[in-house]
Write a protein of this length. Structure first.
Length: 301
C-alpha cells in the first residue's frame, strides 16, 4: 500500500531555518572578528571618511595606502567602506555611543560594518573608552584659524604651550567660532564656552570648514593640523593660524577592543616601515610640510 507522507507544517520549516541561521551566526561573527576571522573571510574592511589627505575620496590617501599595505600583508582583499563621523565608531564596534566631554553614553547596538577605522582619527579620551588605537601615524593639534584679512592677529609664540593656549583663547570673546560635535574639533573638549565666544556648530563635513571660513560664514574656526596644512596649500594666502587651543595630540587607526591581534600586526608593520624609511616617504607624499611644524615626528623611533 502506498502511503502519502504528511506535509510538514510551515512553522516547522521556519524553525529549521532559524536553527540553521543560529548555527551560522558564530561563523559570521568570526568573519568580522580579530585577525583569524579576517583571514577566514578573506577581506579587510577599512572604514573611512573622506578627510584631508588621509582618505581623499578618489581611491587614495595616506591611510588608504596604509590599510592596503596591511591587507596585502595579511594576504586578504582590501575593501573600503565609507562611513561618517556620526556613525563611524558604531560601524566599527557595534555600539552606538554619544560623547559627553570625556565620557560616553551607550545608546544601543548597531551592525558592525568594518574592521578598522582609519582616516586621521585623533586619539582623545572618550574615544579611548570605545576603541583601542594603534601606534601613532600622524601628529596633531587643534588650531584657531581666521581669514588672512581678519583683525584677529596671530599670537606671539612663547616657550610655554600652556601660555600660548591661554593667549589664543583670549581673542575669542565676542567672536563667532565654528566647531563640529563628535570630532576633535568639538569646542566642548577645550572649554571654549568659557571664553565668551559665539559658538556655531558646523553641520557640514570637516573638509568644508576651511572653505566656510574663507566664504565668511564665521570669524574664526577650529582646524586640526592635517586639515590646516591641506587648506594652506590649497588656498594660499587665504587663511591665518591664530594659535593653538589644545595640547599636542596624535592620530592613529582605531581597532575594536576585541581585535588585539589585528592591532598588533598593524603596529608591527608600521615599525618596519619606520625602520626602512617607507613610512616617511608615504607621509611626505601627502603632507610635505609636516616637518616644518613637527620637526621631530619622522625622526622619532
Amino acid at each position: 500500500m502506498n502511503r502519502t507522507l504528511p506535509t510538514r507544517p510551515r512553522c516547522f520549516v521556519v524553525s529549521l531555518l532559524a536553527l540553521a541561521l543560529l548555527a551560522l551566526a558564530p561563523l559570521a561573527r568570526a568573519a568580522g572578528g580579530d585577525l583569524d576571522g579576517i583571514k577566514a573571510s578573506g577581506v579587510l574592511r577599512h572604514l573611512g571618511i573622506p578627510y584631508a589627505n588621509f582618505v581623499t575620496g578618489s581611491g587614495d590617501g595616506m591611510d588608504v595606502e596604509l590599510m592596503q599595505l596591511l591587507a596585502k600583508r595579511l594576504g586578504v582583499e582590501y575593501r573600503y567602506v565609507k562611513t561618517d563621523w556620526s556613525v563611524a565608531f558604531g560601524d566599527l564596534t557595534g555600539k552606538k555611543v554619544k560623547a559627553h566631554g570625556e565620557d560616553i553614553e551607550v545608546l544601543g547596538d548597531v551592525p558592525i560594518k568594518g574592521d578598522v577605522l582609519a582616516n586621521g582619527v585623533t586619539v582623545i579620551p572618550w574615544r579611548q573608552k570605545v576603541v583601542d588605537f594603534g601606534d601613532t601615524t600622524f601628529p596633531n593639534q587643534v588650531w584657531l584659524v581666521s581669514r588672512s584679512d581678519s583683525k584677529v592677529a596671530s599670537i606671539r609664540p612663547s616657550k610655554s604651550l600652556a601660555d600660548d593656549i591661554l593667549a589664543t583663547k583670549s581673542v575669542l570673546k565676542g567672536k563667532t567660532l565654528m566647531g563640529k560635535v563628535g570630532t576633535c574639533l568639538d569646542p566642548s573638549l577645550y572649554d571654549i564656552e568659557r571664553t565668551g565666544a559665539k559658538i556655531a556648530l558646523f553641520d557640514g563635513s570637516l573638509n568644508e570648514l576651511a572653505p566656510a571660513i574663507i566664504a565668511d560664514k564665521s570669524e574664526l574656526t577650529l582646524l586640526d593640523v592635517p586639515d590646516a596644512l591641506v587648506a594652506l596649500q590649497k588656498w594660499p594666502g587665504e587663511l591665518r593660524i591664530v594659535g593653538p587651543v589644545s595640547e599636542e595630540q596624535t592620530m592613529a587607526p582605531a581597532f575594536r577592543k576585541d581585535s588585539p591581534k589585528l592591532r598588533a600586526e598593524f603596529d608591527k608593520m608600521l615599525a618596519e616601515m619606520r625602520a626602512d624609511g617607507s613610512f616617511a616617504t608615504l607621509v611626505n607624499k601627502y603632507y610635505p610640510f609636516v616637518s616644518d611644524y613637527f620637526p621631530d615626528f619622522l625622526t622619532k623611533k
